[in-house]
Design a binder for this molecule. Structure first.
Ligand code: G3H
Length: 530
C-alpha cells in the first residue's frame, strides 16, 4: 500500500489541533466539557502513512438537542418571535452582516475543506466563493420577491396584501461532499425567510463550520441559529420525535430522510426540502463529437472523485463508437493526477471516507466476476487513502456497480444498440435527477429530448451534469429529490403565501391607509426595498 506524500506547504500544515469546545444555542456559545469525538483526515502528514488528527468536536446528547429545539421554538414563538415578524429589510441587514464576517474566514475554511474532505484547492476555493455569491444572490432574490409583493390586489371587492411568510422551525442537515455550500443553500434561504434553524454539520467537514460560529452568533437574534455537534441518531431523532419541527431540510441519502420523516408524530405537518441520491447517465450517440464528449465525461464522472450527487454514474455508449470511446476515455483517466488537495493541477485526491477504497474495490471484483474488464492500466490500484478510478466495460444490469450509487472513483460503461435500452433503464431506475446527452443530429436528438425531460429534471446537451448556475432549478424525480432548489425556488420552498384580506369599504380603507402611512405593521408595507 502506498499514498502520495510530498512535503506539505507551510501554509497548509496543521500546526496545532483545532478543539471545538462550544456549540451555539439561544445566542450563546455554550462551552462543552462532556464527551468529544476526534476528527481525522485521511491525508497523511508523514511519509509513512498515518491519518492526521485535526482536532475534536463535542458529542452532544439528547439534553443539548432539546435545548437547541427549545431555543429555536422560542425564537419562533408561535409566529410572534422577533425574527419571524421582523421587517424584511432588517432580516436582510442581519444576513449582510453575516456574509461580511464570513468573507474574512475564507482561508481558514478553505484549508479545512481540503483537510477534512480532500477537495482540491481550486474546488475548495470555488465552494467558498460560490457560497458567498449564493448569499448575495439570495438577498437580491428576496428583495425582488418583496418588491413584487409590496402592493395590494383587488378582486370581487376584496383587497389582498399577499406575501411569503416563514413556516416555523427548520432542522437542517447537509452532505459531506459540499459541507459548506449545500448546507448553506438550505440554511440561508430558510433563515432569511424568517425561520429559526437547528443545524447539525455533516458527518465529515465539521470543523470548517467552526470559524463561522461567531459570525452566526453576532449577526442574528438569539435562538435564530442553533448549531449542534454529534451523532444524527442521538440529536436528530428526539428533535423529530418532539413534533416541533416544521421543515426537514436535508441533502444526503433517502434512508436518513425516510427514517427522520418517520419519527415525526404528525407527518402531514412536516414540510420537506430534500436533495437525495442520483445515478445520472450519459448517453453517447453515434454522431457525438468524441473529443468533447470524452472531456465532459471525465469531468462528469471524476470531478471530486465522483463524490457528487450530480456526477455521471453510468455511461451508455452506442456500440458503433464504443471501442474508440473506451480507448480515449481510459487513456485520459490514466493521465489524471492524484495527489494531496493543495498540489498543483491535482484532480484526484484522497477519499475522506476510510472504507471507500475497499467498497469501490468490492464493486470492481463483483463486476469482474460477472464478465467486465478494467479498461485502463491504473484502474483499481489501491492505496492507503485512495483507489485509482477503474473504467469498467462491459457493464451489465446484474452488477452492483450498475445498481448502486457508487459516489466514488469508478466508471461503469454500458454499450447499447437501440436507444430504447438506456431509456428503459432510466424509466426503471429509482432515480431521476439529470442526464447528459451527446450527439448532434436534430432528428435523433429532438424526440429523445422530448422523452428525457419527462424522465429527469435537466437534460444536459453535450455537457456533463451539474447543479449550477444556481439560478436554475435543482431538483429530481422519484427518489432523487423533494422540492426544488435554486436561489429563487429555495426562498419559496422555505415559506408559504399568507395574506391580509380586507373588504373594500370606507371603514377598512381608512385603517389600511393609516397603517401604511404610519408604518406600524412589518407585514403590511408597500415600501420598495432598494
Ligand atoms: O452533490 C451534489 C451537488 O449538488 C453537485 O453540485 O454539480 O455543482 O457539483 P455540482
Amino acid at each position: 500500500m502506498k499514498h502520495s506524500f510530498k512535503d506539505i506547504p507551510e501554509q497548509y500544515q496543521i500546526k496545532s489541533l483545532f478543539h471545538q469546545t462550544t456549540y451555539l444555542v439561544n445566542g450563546e456559545l455554550r462551552s462543552w466539557k462532556g464527551e468529544k469525538a476526534e476528527v481525522y483526515s485521511t491525508i497523511s502528514s508523514t511519509p509513512k502513512y498515518k491519518q492526521t488528527l485535526l482536532g475534536t468536536i463535542p458529542q452532544l446528547g439528547e439534553k443539548e438537542a432539546m435545548e437547541a429545539l427549545n431555543s429555536a421554538t422560542q425564537a419562533y414563538d408561535s409566529g410572534k418571535g422577533l425574527w419571524p415578524t421582523m421587517k424584511v429589510g432588517d432580516r436582510i441587514a442581519c444576513m449582510e452582516t453575516f456574509v461580511e464576517q464570513m468573507k474574512t474566514k475564507r482561508e481558514e475554511v478553505v484549508k479545512l475543506l481540503m483537510w477534512e474532505i480532500g477537495k482540491n484547492l481550486p474546488d475548495s476555493q470555488k465552494e467558498f466563493d460560490r457560497t458567498v455569491d449564493y448569499i448575495y444572490d439570495t438577498i437580491e432574490a428576496y428583495k425582488q420577491i418583496d418588491r413584487d409583493s409590496a402592493k395590494f390586489e383587488k378582486h370581487s371587492g376584496v383587497y389582498a396584501h399577499i406575501r411569503r411568510g416563514p413556516l416555523g422551525v427548520v432542522l437542517c442537515l447537509g452532505p459531506y461532499n459540499y459541507p459548506l455550500n449545500e448546507t448553506f443553500t438550505l440554511l440561508i434561504p430558510a433563515l432569511i425567510m424568517g425561520n429559526p434553524v437547528i443545524f447539525k454539520p455533516a458527518k465529515l467537514g465539521v470543523l470548517l463550520i467552526s470559524p463561522l460560529l461567531e459570525a452566526f452568533q453576532s449577526s442574528f437574534p438569539e435562538g435564530v441559529v442553533n448549531i449542534v455537534y454529534g451523532r444524527g441518531r442521538v440529536l436528530a431523532t428526539p428533535i423529530m420525535q418532539s413534533g416541533k419541527i416544521d421543515v426537514l431540510a436535508l441533502i444526503g441519502n433517502s434512508k436518513s430522510a425516510n427514517a427522520l420523516q418517520a419519527q415525526h408524530p404528525k407527518g402531514n405537518r412536516l414540510r420537506m426540502v430534500l436533495g437525495l441520491e442520483a445515478k445520472n447517465p450519459a448517453i453517447v450517440l453515434p454522431d457525438a463529437d468524441l473529443d468533447s464528449t470524452v472531456e465532459e465525461c471525465i469531468a462528469g464522472t471524476l470531478s471530486f472523485n465522483g463524490q457528487r450527487c450530480t456526477a455521471l454514474k453510468v455511461l451508455y455508449v452506442h456500440e458503433s463508437v464504443i471501442e474508440e470511446f473506451n480507448r480515449r476515455f481510459a487513456y485520459k483517466v490514466d493521465e489524471l493526477k492524484f495527489g494531496n488537495p493543495w498540489e498543483q493541477d491535482v484532480e484526484l485526491t484522497p477519499l475522506p471516507e476510510v472504507d471507500k477504497p475497499q467498497y469501490i474495490n468490492e464493486l470492481i471484483d463483483d463486476a469482474l466476476s460477472k464478465g467486465a474488464k478494467v479498461m485502463n492500466k491504473r484502474g483499481g490500484e489501491i492505496m492507503d487513502n485512495y483507489i485509482f478510478p477503474a473504467v469498467l466495460y462491459p457493464v451489465t444490469k446484474d452488477m452492483r456497480v450498475f445498481k448502486e450509487e457508487q459516489f466514488g472513483p469508478i466508471v461503469p460503461i454500458v454499450s447499447f444498440a437501440d436507444i430504447e435500452e438506456p431509456l428503459d433503464d432510466m424509466a426503471e431506475s429509482n432515480y431521476g435527477q439529470q442526464v447528459s446527452l451527446f450527439g448532434k443530429n436534430i432528428h435523433t436528438l429532438s424526440p429523445l429530448i422530448d422523452t428525457l425531460v419527462n424522465l429527469v429534471c435537466r437534460v444536459n446537451l453535450n455537457s456533463s451534469c451539474q447543479r449550477g448556475p444556481d439560478v436554475y432549478p435543482f431538483t429530481g424525480r422519484k427518489d432523487s429529490a423533494y422540492g426544488t432548489l435554486s436561489v429563487h425556488d429555495a426562498l419559496r420552498s422555505f415559506s408559504i403565501r399568507t395574506f391580509v384580506a380586507s373588504k373594500d369599504n370606507e371603514y377598512n380603507n381608512k385603517i389600511l391607509e393609516d397603517l401604511l402611512d404610519k408604518k406600524t405593521s412589518n407585514f403590511i408595507s408597500t415600501d420598495y426595498i432598494l
